[in-house]
Design a protein around this ligand. Structure first.
Ligand SMILES: Nc1ncnc2c1ncn2[C@@H]1O[C@H](COP(=O)(O)OP(=O)(O)O)[C@@H](O)[C@H]1O
Ligand SMILES: [Mg+2]
Length: 279
């Protein structure tokens, strides 16, 4: 049972496309188990992409006391009236799910640690894989969704900026929170472009699990409000994502201890924030 967070260092690299594709592929690979996609990025558009019905209960309400079950929705994608992915569920996190910090910071940390530890423990019992699409912005929410992971998969684009940012972010997250990269992915690779140099650099972070070609049908599916894997399962990008998922399924990802990582993440961010205020 693994919790995998998908991380990108900026918006638009294809985090949501890959997260959805990975969750769908894992659900197909493990038909007897349940897979959960946590929508931590409002831009994943899980409702519009028909991954999920119109929802009212999200992680924010669960943290305020609503039962966790009420925030877990069955994937609504259908083909000819039949559910396409009967073992795939979605948990919408929303953009701002943490309460505003009132009172002292230490009790906020304690409370957040306790709640997330409970949530993840419950989810682990029910799901074989939990794939988390993390938000693009740097916030406490982003850090929590990164900290709860057993392993991180980094999505980068084939250019120096994206690859360098990935290397730095991976190093930082490992140092600050002890969350480990388990794989890297190069997305939107144009035909005929030699990506060996970038692939080599990413391999130093974690194994390069695969290369997803730039594929006009990804954008086409996006405009038609469907995940590319659901609409065009045989297009090059879908095939690449499915191949990456088979590699993910073979990784041995050690379960991690959530409370310690959350504590570190929140402490470190608070330190950074207060340093920012001083300077
Ligand atoms: N392999 C690809 N080929 C072509 N377009 C892509 C590919 N991956 C993503 N896109 C497009 O890039 C845009 C951003 O993708 P998205 O998955 O929403 O990124 P992120 O979640 O990182 O912001 C979308 O319009 C999507 O259709
Ligand atoms: Mg996104």
């Amino acid at each position: 049972m693994s919790v995998i967070s998908v991380v990108g260092t900026k918006g638009g690299v294809g985090k949501s496309t890959f997260s959805m594709g990975l969750a769908i592929s894992l659900a197909k690979l493990f038909p007897k188990n349940w897979v959960l996609l946590v929508d931590g990025d409002m831009h994943i558009r899980s409702v519009e992409l028909k991954m999920c019905p119109d929802y009212d209960v999200t992680l924010a309400q669960v943290l305020e006391g609503k039962p966790l079950e009420e925030a877990i929705y069955l994937s609504q994608l259908e083909s000819e009236g039949e559910p396409l992915y009967p073992n795939l569920a979605v948990l919408p996190a929303g953009g701002r799910f943490l309460p505003v910090i009132r009172g002292d910071f230490l009790s906020f940390i304690e409370e957040t640690k306790r709640k997330f530890d409970q949530i993840i423990k419950k989810l682990r019992k029910r799901f074989e894989y939990i794939v988390i699409d993390t938000p693009a912005s740097m916030s406490f929410e982003h850090l929590i969704l990164t900290a709860v992971a057993d392993g991180l998969i980094f999505v980068a684009e084939p250019n120096d900026d994206s690859v360098e940012a990935t290397i730095n972010t991976a190093r930082g997250l490992k140092e600050f929170m002890d969350v480990r990269p388990v794989g890297t992915v190069l997305n939107k690779v144009p035909r005929g472009v030699d990506v060996r140099e970038w692939g080599k650099k990413l391999s130093a972070v974690a194994p390069l699990l695969g290369i997803i070609p730039e594929d006009p049908l990804v954008g086409d599916a996006f405009r038609k409000n469907m995940p590319v894997l659901a609409l065009y399962p045989r297009t090059v990008a879908s095939k690449a994502i499915q191949e990456i998922a088979t590699k993910v399924a073979r990784l041995s990802i050690k379960p991690s201890k959530v409370p310690e990582k959350i504590e570190r993440a929140l402490q470190k961010t608070a330190e950074l924030l207060s340093k920012g205020e001083e300077s």
